[in-house]
Design a protein. Structure first.
Length: 185
């Protein structure tokens, strides 16, 4: 007997519920993707009458249930993806902040070394200031702070850091005077 000549199976409540679940929810493949079925395919696979299956599907609003399930399922996927992106973003921002700290430390070490060797010229100071500004901007972005209107905070709380910066500027001014004096004589 050919498949299309087989006698159809009676659609009992257990089988009807199984088919409804397959139609409404589908199944998850091994790859994690949702596989959905048509009523025709399910009728064929379970050897039940198509007209009987369509009647139950219509009377019990399977199509509406399927749409609701899909909407809920997609929302769940979107929420899960958003959580994953937030986690990755946090990791990325933490790495960026750590790199910024390392760069600032390197700039500080370079300034100290150059200051000790009397190699710090005004153009070098300008480049170091620009590098510091860029590193700070990147770090602020990683922390979620606005950088469009970054301005120097006039309230200096660390007086020793302020004093060191002023001493460094005085030394640069002294070096400029020495260079200008030697050029004249």
């Amino acid at each position: 007997m050919r498949k299309d000549e087989q006698k159809t199976v009676k659609l009992c409540s257990t089988l009807r519920e199984k088919i409804r679940n397959l139609y409404v929810q589908g199944i998850e493949s091994e790859g994690g993707e949702r596989v959905l079925f048509s009523l025709d395919k399910l009728a064929e696979e379970h050897n039940v009458g198509k007209s009987t299956l369509y009647r139950y599907a219509k009377n019990e609003n399977w199509k509406f249930q399927k749409d609701q399930f899909q909407e809920s399922y997609l929302q769940k996927l979107d929420n899960q993806r958003a959580k994953e992106l937030v986690t990755e973003s946090k990791k990325f921002d933490t790495k960026t902040i750590n790199i910024s700290k390392q760069l600032l430390n390197e700039i500080g070490r370079f300034i100290i070394k150059s200051e000790a060797d009397d190699e710090l010229t005004p153009p070098m100071m300008n480049q170091l200031a620009e590098a510091t500004y860029k590193v700070q901007k990147v770090a602020k972005l990683a922390m979620g702070e606005a950088t469009e209107n970054m301005s120097l905070n006039a309230k200096v709380t660390d007086t020793s850091a302020f004093r060191e910066a002023m001493e460094l500027l005085d030394e640069v001014a002294d070096q400029r005077r020495k260079v200008n004096d030697s050029a004249i004589h």
